[in-house]
Design a protein around this ligand. Structure first.
Ligand code: SP5
Ligand code: ZN
Length: 344
């Protein structure tokens, strides 16, 4: 399998704020070293950024709002590489806007985990390129591909950043697979610990005017109960499973075990099959692992092999995109187990 690596080792937010106090940032460059080590011990073909094809100009504006992209473009003009965090947020979404830089930073942010500097756009574009190239590999006939995309993407929405994410890598892969006129059906099944709120937001917006029969991208997410965990304000259980355009959410309680997760995985995979997609996109997070410092499920390293093999049993060309996973001692073994499940 081809594995596209966007490690962005220079990207290193100094802290994340929790209860008003700076805590060590979880999304650290060392994660990439552990993952790369694991990949080097596996048979796949590792592809580095100097071999990436560039993302076509029109593609990112297909999944993100132009004003948000222009805000990100303006970060290039910041004078230092010091990371800036927002100070104020709009109350709910307001139609009143302010061009004051501090106000704009709050407007496009959802949290104090996702700072900007004059390099973050470059990092985010490289990360998105890994996802784009992974989608191309599958379009060219590979049965699977893997993007080590850092920074992660699934909390970046149509016009917001958050949860360590700036551009939505999985959405870009799905958009690429769906074709210029959304002719191909693509299912996204997000198995990170956190709800894929950004991806859900993007495809809800893009498809909001379409009847169910024309929905080209279906978003499904299995994640921690948002009453307990980030991103809190999305991802509640989908009661009425149609219209499909709503996306389908499976929140699970803290403490969820392999067996309990498996039941939900089967339900989610049944939904994927009903949709009958041509391609799958799987945002993967190992923050579902029993030893993850910010997760809260009890999945084991060995179980990732089974998750991957259940997904591959659908026999659809599949793009895997790395999202979270924050235990440096286990992330490598978890990925190894997962990839062994993909390769069968
Ligand atoms: C891609 C991804 O997995 N993003 C997750 C972002 C959620 N981060 C929430 C972190 C909150 C935990 N901070 C508390 C530190 C306690 N020592
Ligand atoms: Zn996560």
């Amino acid at each position: 399998m081809k594995e596209y690596l966007a490690k962005n080792l220079q990207h290193c937010p100094p802290y994340e704020t929790w209860n008003g106090k700076p805590e060590p940032h979880s999304e650290v460059p060392a994660r990439m070293d552990m993952i790369e080590k694991a990949l080097l011990d596996l048979p796949g073909q590792i592809i580095y950024p100097n071999q990436f094809k560039p993302i076509p100009r029109n593609l990112i504006p297909d999944i993100h709002d132009l004003s948000y992209l222009s805000f990100l473009a303006n970060t290039l003009k910041l004078e230092t590489e010091d990371y800036r965090y927002p100070s104020v947020f709009p109350y709910r979404r307001t139609d009143q806007f302010s061009n004051q830089p501090n106000a704009m930073l709050g407007y496009y942010s959802t949290d104090l985990y996702t700072p900007i500097n004059n390099k973050v756009l470059e990092y985010a574009v490289l990360s998105a390129s890994a996802a784009y190239n992974s989608a191309l590999a599958v379009l060219e006939g590979d049965r699977s591909s893997y993007a080590l995309s850092r920074p992660p993407g699934h909390h970046a929405g149509f016009d917001f950043m958050g949860g360590y994410c700036y551009l939505n890598n999985a959405a870009l892969a799905a958009r690429t697979l769906s074709g210029a006129n959304y002719q191909k059906r693509v299912a996204i099944l997000d198995i990170d610990f956190h709800h894929g709120n950004g991806t859900e937001d993007i495809f809800k917006k893009i498809q909001s005017d379409l009847p169910d029969s024309q929905i080209g991208v279906l978003h499904i997410s299995i994640h921690a109960d948002p009453n307990e965990k980030f991103p809190y304000f999305s991802g509640q259980k989908t009661i009425k499973e149609t219209p499909l355009s709503q996306g389908i959410n499976y929140p699970l309680p803290l403490g969820t075990t392999n067996q309990e997760y498996q039941k939900t995985l089967y339900q989610a995979l049944d939904r994927v099959c009903l949709f009958n997609p041509e391609y799958l996109v799987i945002p993967v997070g190992f923050d579902t692992h029993e030893q993850d410092p910010i997760g809260g499920f009890k999945l084991t390293t060995e179980y990732y092999r089974q998750i991957a093999s259940e997904i591959m049993s659908l026999e659809k060309p599949t793009v895997f995109i790395q999202e979270g996973g924050y235990n440096l001692d286990t992330i490598g073994a978890n990925l190894t187990s997962f990839i062994e499940g993909i390769e069968g």
